[in-house]
Ligand binder design. Structure first.
Ligand code: PXP
Length: 243
């Protein structure tokens, strides 16, 4: 079975909208992570961005302390965040590109252009017992550099596949690229995850066409579905109190 890693960033996004700068606030991403685990999720992913727009430092430490599945610490390869990751000691870090003005991670990492910096971080992480994944586009040269970097995993960026899902030609082209990149990486000894923009509609075809994926990292749709599935219960709870 392909594993599910739940990205809880957007639980923190909602909390920060009201409680930025405060010591507590709802919804608590750690409480959400524990609920995901009790529902059967295989791991929890959180992205500590340099601008701390959603997940903040104390969330990472608290997740490390409280969750019992795997903690995937998503991060840019910059000294401040590398130092925090080495201190938190997650099970795995996923290195992503980060631009301050972006809405979410847009595009994969340039592993080719940043190979020596990536090698350095992979060495630091593996010396501390932390696995490394590189979030890359399904591109032959990027897979080659990932294989050279010392990372044990790649996460294939499925954003284009998700965006083009209703355009059959473009979707097929992207599925072909994803399957080729996954095979190339697996042949090179890398474990292959995938993520970005995945949902109930596009996951089945991805799994069928790209075999051997170890884990899917899914965030936005799960938080969206949680609102839609959960809001009735939340309103009923408040009405019961008013009655
Ligand atoms: N994987 C990576 C590397 C990401 O940056 C993100 C988005 O934060 C995801 C997976 C999850 O994407 P989505 O929120 O679209 O499910």
């Amino acid at each position: 079975m392909t594993k599910l890693g739940v990205n809880i960033d957007h639980v923190a996004t909602v909390r920060q909208a009201r409680y930025r700068g405060r010591d507590t606030g709802e919804p608590d991403p750690v409480e959400a992570a524990l609920a995901c685990e009790s529902a059967g999720a295989h791991g929890i992913t959180a992205h500590l961005r340099e601008d701390r727009r959603h997940v903040i430092d104390r969330d990472m430490y608290s997740l490390r302390e409280k969750i019992t599945t795997r903690l995937n610490f998503e991060m840019a390869n910059v000294p401040e965040i590398v130092a925090i990751a080495l201190d938190v000691k997650p099970d795995i870090v996923c290195i992503v590109p980060e631009r301050r003005e972006e809405l979410t991670t847009e595009g994969g990492l340039n592993a080719v252009g940043n190979l020596s910096a990536l090698k350095e971080t992979c060495t630091k992480m593996s010396d501390t017992g932390i696995e490394v994944s590189l979030f890359i586009d399904p591109d032959e040269s990027q897979v080659n550099s990932a294989a050279e970097s010392g990372a044990g995993f790649i996460e294939l960026h499925t954003g284009t596949y998700a965006e083009e899902f209703t355009n059959t030609d473009a979707r097929e082209a992207e599925l072909t690229r994803l399957a080729a990149a996954a095979k190339q990486a697996q042949d090179a000894g890398l474990q292959v995850n995938a993520g970005h923009g995945l949902n109930l509609q596009n996951v089945p075809i991805l799994l069928k066409r790209v075999p051997g994926l170890v884990e899917l990292n899914i965030g936005h749709t799960l938080i969206s579905r949680a609102v839609m599935i959960g809001i009735e219960a939340a309103v009923k709870e408040m009405l019961a109190l008013l009655d």
